[in-house]
Design a protein around this ligand. Structure first.
Ligand code: NOJ
Ligand code: NOJ
Length: 469
């Protein structure tokens, strides 16, 4: 973290909190839009930008601590809610920050405990995907349930439990997070029991549009059960651990049914309840988010899996053709959107666009593949090529963000201007996650390159680079 930014942030907490109420996000007068960083700086600062955004999206004057708004926009689209999904995704990145020491660890721990507190209210309404910031469920018409939510929340709380156990706070863990008692009275237990017993139920997808069996939902459910089983075992709840593991295995069987060898992709949804014509090509970048949010370090669908790489390549080629901005010469990378006939640009009935968070996700997935291949001692050339591909998506984002810190949800498929929900926390989450991987991969590749007399950033090294096996 840059110490200047750190100082500014630490000194200006009240100002940071006031920011979203004082500034019309659409006016682009938001000072966070005005800074312009070079690509390298921008990537180096992503974690700081995200931390700043997360703080500004939580601790709201009208909200309970622990609630995180998706975006400050209260108009159209109205994103001034705590979505179970978005909230958990932000908190998961905060947990990474805590582990990496990107930010004051005790402060992050406080945020995570606040999140656990407000999750008690959310868990009373397991089928609700979004809540007002004061903890009440949104009860208007909506696509529900969205069963990725409880799984994503469990994943955050499991990490919190591990940290607390390591610190000797077993009492807090047993009291609030996990004990083996049924019916479940603790948070993690409640979520895991729900996931273990309901993962087969049809559910609304993460885009809040269609009912069916979704690759994304089941990938994160599987991860929650695998991680949950480890925690259950650690806490002596053997029977539950076995049961969760068995369910996770059963989910794997279903997940692999999404593989379409002819198209070379994992298809987004099976068994649509809305009819067979929905997303006929099976293409949806939700599956890339599934790889990222669902990978659990056990080799199942790792990033260098040929099926995963084929999915990334096929989707990239698809969106390259789909959007006009991807045909403009001279801009690196490809803007990635949700799916072919997406009609949401903040409102329905329009043309969908590339999204910041999805373009970042695509970039990160390639970078993770590069890192795996490098770590496993595979071909350097291959790892390097994947790194370059991954990097190109972030260059594209830097271009459309104009080097600024604030990322809206989408960028226009014709003009490249930011649009839809402004200042979306999830956008910051994915770019920050990806930028961290980017830094790691660069460090690893560069160490190796230097030993061969080359360097990542110098193009005059091309000869040296090309001669590396
Ligand atoms: C808001 C969403 O979550 C978005 O994904 C969806 O397209 C629109 N609502 C319309 O249902
Ligand atoms: C629309 C997206 O489709 C959905 O996944 C998300 O939860 C909400 N926006 C809030 O960011």
């Amino acid at each position: 973290m840059s110490s200047l930014l750190l100082t500014v942030l630490l000194l200006s907490v009240p100002a940071a909190q006031a920011k979203h109420t004082a500034v019309d996000p659409y006016s682009r007068q938001n000072p966070r839009h005005e800074k312009r960083y070079s690509y390298r700086q921008w990537m180096e600062l992503q974690e700081d930008f995200a931390m700043e955004a997360f703080e500004a999206h939580s601790h709201l004057p009208d909200g309970l601590p622990g609630s995180v708004i998706a975006s400050p926009e209260r108009g159209d689209p109205d994103y001034y809610y705590h979505w179970v999904r978005d909230g958990a995704l932000v908190m998961n990145t905060l947990s990474d920050f805590r582990e990496r020491g990107v930010w004051n660890p005790s402060l992050i721990e406080r945020y995570l405990k606040e999140y656990a507190d407000v999750s008690r209210l959310h868990q009373l309404e397991m089928h609700q995907p979004k809540f007002y910031v004061d903890g009440r469920p949104y009860t208007g018409e909506w696509c529900r349930p969205q069963n990725d939510g409880p799984a994503l929340r469990a994943l955050v709380l499991i990490r919190l439990a591990r940290v607390q156990l390591a610190k000797g706070n077993g009492l807090y863990v047993r009291d609030a997070l996990y004990d083996g008692k049924l019916p479940a009275r603790t948070l993690i237990k409640g979520d895991l029991e729900f996931v273990a017993h309901h993962w087969r139920d049809p559910s609304c997808d993460l885009w809040e549009e269609y009912y069916g069996d979704h690759f994304y939902t089941r990938m994160v459910q599987r991860k929650a059960l695998v991680e949950g089983a480890r925690l259950a075992e650690q806490l002596g709840d053997r029977g539950a651990a076995d049961y969760y593991r068995q369910q996770a295995k059963d989910i794997e069987i279903e997940l692999l049914k999404h593989w379409d060898a002819v198209a070379g992709i994992f298809r987004v949804t099976r068994n649509y309840r809305d009819g067979a014509s929905v997303k006929a090509d099976g293409i949806d970048t939700a599956v890339v988010l599934a790889f990222l949010h669902g990978y659990t370090d056990d080799g199942f669908l790792k990033f260098s899996d040929p099926r995963v790489l084929s999915t990334l390549d096929t989707l990239t080629a698809h969106f390259r053709k789909l959007y006009a901005i991807n045909q403009q010469p001279g801009i690196a990378g490809v803007g990635i959107g949700r799916y072919t006939d997406d009609d949401f640009n903040g409102q329905r009935g329009h043309q969908g666009n590339p999204w910041f968070l999805l373009t970042a996700a695509m970039g990160q997935a390639y970078l993770r593949a590069a890192e795996e291949i490098f770590d496993e001692g595979g071909s350097f050339k291959r790892a390097f090529a994947l790194y370059r591909k991954g990097d190109s998506f972030f260059r594209r984002l830097h271009y459309h963000a104009k080097g600024g810190e604030v990322l809206d949800e989408q960028f226009d498929r014709h003009t490249g201007e930011m649009l839809s929900a402004p200042d979306l926390a999830w956008s910051n989450k994915e770019t920050a996650d990806g930028a961290h991987v980017w830094k790691n991969v660069r460090r690893k590749l560069n160490t190796y390159l230097k030993s061969c007399g080359a360097d990542l950033s110098a193009s005059r090294n091309r000869k040296a680079l090309e001669s590396i096996p």
